[in-house]
Design a protein around this ligand. Sequence first.
Ligand SMILES: [Zn+2]
Length: 665
Amino acid sequence: MLSKKTLFATLFAVCALSTVQAQTVDRRIRMNTVGFLPGFPKQATVAADFTKFWIYEAPNGKTSVYSGGTVSEPMNNPDTKEDGLRIADFSDFDKPGRYYILTDNTNIGRSPDFTVGGDVFTEPLRAAMLGFYLWRCGTAVSAYYDKKTYSHEVCHTKDGSLKYYTAGRSDGVGTKNGVGGWHDAGDYNKYIVNSGVTAALLLKAWEHFWHILENTPLISVPKSGTLPAYLTEVKWNLDWVRKMQFDDGRVSHKLSTLNFGGEVMPDKESETQYYAPWNTIASASFAGQTAIAARIYAPYDKAFADGCLAQAERSYRTVMDTSLVGVGNSLAFFNTGTYKEQIEDDGDKRLWAAAEMWETTGEPEYLRYTEDHLPKTVGTHITWGDVNTVAVLTYLNSRRGGRDPEKVRRMREELVSAADGLIDNAKAHSYARNLGSDSYYWGANGTVAGTAYILHSVYLQTGDPKYRHAIQDVAAHLLGRNCYGRSFVTGVGGNPPQNPHDRTSTASRTPWPGRLIGGPHSDKDSTKAPADIRQCATPATCWFDDTRDYWTNEVAINWNAALVYALAALTPGADTYPARPYPGQTVETELSVKRGAAPAKNGFKRTGTARVVKIWDGDRLDIPAGAKAYGLDGKLIAHKKSADGKTPAVGRKGVYLIKTDGLKD
Ligand SMILES: [Zn+2]
């Protein structure tokens, strides 16, 4: 029996405890732990019952600054098998600052702190780029981030062995320089196909957001001469990629040890790395990534760009001209990552190579191949195994003329439909995950991030802000609005992964920052996965922050590239797309189509050719002085007489012929 004194003490302890609880971050409030952009929807998912909530200034504001939010009816989540989830919506709260949320249920603690601000995603973007810097191979790295230094000594400086390059038909001889690049993932090997989709997403991010990235300082990466820091970092890997090509245009699939190395720092891994045999998957992927690089780097480093283009053409010819479909069992020598579908299944890589070659050179041959091989639908899963959508987006986002308008229309419809499907999925999912219930697999977090490229492309084509809002939902899910209430990016946001499957993190006993982990799924190899990281109620709840769980807790360059795109798409100014000419090229179009805003001065080279251009509702033509625009019926509809003359608006959608004969540069 309790004495009065004991009873009082017990009650006091309970009260004190609930006060403490109210001040503790409660994982049941699941939201973007980084923050929100003003003017964008703002939601948190709460796995508990409540009817009202308030926003307070962090760290310990006592008076609420907002109380006007709405609370949804309880929802269930079929993926996680959770019931009674409620959405707190505070979309109209736009005041910049740092905040936390409390609800009227005193059993729920406080939310993670979050920021409302226009540049809230800039620091996470810099962290994600730091992730790449820290993957550098063939050099020492050192970076200071969040009060810690991350460093390793020079690693992997020996030339790779060619012993297995000939795929066992004979012992290859000699070595070849393959120093540089990024370590691929949690291991220290380097793979051309995964490098391909990585380069694609990073350089597409540059293509859409160069005006932001050019002025974004990176951690530990200075500008290199005239090369912006961002392109300096990406070039680190491209310099290695270029070494993987052989004189006949064939490209080795990977440079890898025979078995995965131990849990040591990269400079302590001394096993021989071998060139894997060539195949058409790697060679076509090589052509795709070097072709993009050729146009992106042209304004900054012409020699590098020209070299990339020459190599891209060589591998393209080798892939397209060969009757070989690769070397069947060639990779069996290795027990490291495969990054290989069926060896014959290289259609997506060929299409991508052709699309990038066309966008870079404007040669009709490449356009013809692209248009002849466009997929029937536009997929929403951009992965190393399927870059069809990367090719389609290059085709659709292009400002070059010459495309078949009917094919453009059809693919555009497919693209919009794919993006709408993503948005519908996110709306139906209490954590705004947009891939659908059947899409939990190795690296699916990277695929979620990669949808940002699809969504932003549709935004560029339609101008509808809902597609940009959906990108913030992508970031939200990855940064804490998930059933774990945790950020999936090391060193970023609230309660991030502490034990990623990553050799540098394990060997240095600290999680290396700026890396997106692969995410939950239950498709684990039951003969290898320890029982305690295999048992899950559902795939969506099957993530373990455990270094052994490489199925769900590994990091990888391709997922990080998708993350970089998503975060860059949310930086200030990302809603505009200043088109940019590629010096040294014959730019076929000398006009830009700009939606709802004054046309930018584009400085395009004028070729004197007539162009056909299609514009959508609300677009206007920015035509150079002297140019005349005709409708397809031959009627003159616009003529800009002089440089400072008024730009004639062509405010209705249609197909127009622009004549610029006689114009000078
Ligand atoms: Zn290395």
